[in-house]
Design a protein around this ligand. Sequence first.
Ligand SMILES: *Cc1c(COP(=O)(O)O)cnc(C)c1O
Length: 395
Amino acid sequence: MYGEIKAYLQKELNSIEEAGIYKKERIITTPQNSKIKVNTGEEVIIMCANNYLGLSSNLEVVEAAKQSLDTHGFGMSSVRFICGTQDIHKELEAKIAKFYGTEDTILYAAAFDANGGVFEPLFGPEDAIISDELNHASIIDGIRLCKAHRYRYKHSDMQDLEKQLISAAKQRFRIIVTDGVFSMDGDLAKMDEICDLAKKYDALVMTDECHSAGFIGKTGRGVPEHFGVLDKVDIITGTLGKALGGAMGGYTTGKKEIIDMLRQKSRPYLFSNSLAPSIVGASNKVFDILSTTTELRDKLEDNTKYFKDKIVSAGFDIKAGDSPIVPIMLYDAALSQKFADMLLEEGVYAIGFFYPVVAKGQARIRTQISAAHSKEDLDKAAGAFIKVGKALNVI
Ligand SMILES: *Cc1c(COP(=O)(O)O)cnc(C)c1O
């Protein structure tokens, strides 16, 4: 039986490889940090992790995870509503709500699940979901699982959003959905204008803060804080798998009735295992840290400016944005791959992105800055970019 599909899969895999888009995985042998070792034994500076605040191997966070193993065990072997809710799960949900100033929070095994499970319990065929065309795959999938009418607006195009809102006026409820920070360009959603339009056309607002929670905004409350509209956003989703320790897990936070309905009906919550106690204990520590000091997000902001200045003054094109995602534009797909390979030889780990991950002719190396980077790391990384850039006639 396997013969026919095996041949088919082999052929498909070959064509992926021939198209140059076969994804290979480099193997890391150390914890995630500003410098890591790959399996060739070399130590390299990592410039492409979502470890924005350097919490992935923060000692306090690791220690909190260990303590939770001792006090709360290894696994839950249950979904939340059967026997998968511990005191520390409730503590974490309360801490996240307090952090955002929202009414309640619900945890998921991943932000992919938070986005996958948020629409279907809340919206039906009478309703409208109005989504930025560049929203994350998990939002797109979540919308697919829901029977509401779908409207898509051009990326961050407020005129088009208004047009879609007008078209959706006939529906019962409307919700505008956007990524807070768009991960490929590092640009921020225009949350203030989105909230204004939402008010004008009687729509809810949801933002996915996966690439902004903990560091965008003066106190790290994310893109709504950056634009001064934290109280105007109805639903926030986020991940524990990026800046907030980087293990795994996601959350949805917002109004009490919304969260309550998700607990009753959200399928990835009802039919998937509870977050492991060690992750929950460590995440409680993460929110304690972020609620008491802005030191890490301040350092990240400083590091980002430092690196951007070096790269721009060397003559590279970057995508301008207010986030620690710094896409260094090369435009050509093959060049981006060659560039990344040569960077690795110089001790810098970064990845080239090209079509279909980004638009045709928009190939780039996407760098992501971390609070864990020292100035020396950033000097060395920028130096490697300059050396390779000159060798390949980019600058
Ligand atoms: C990473 C990411 C997710 C998924 O987060 P996980 O917790 O890893 O599932 C969802 N949305 C956006 C915008 C992301 O960047």
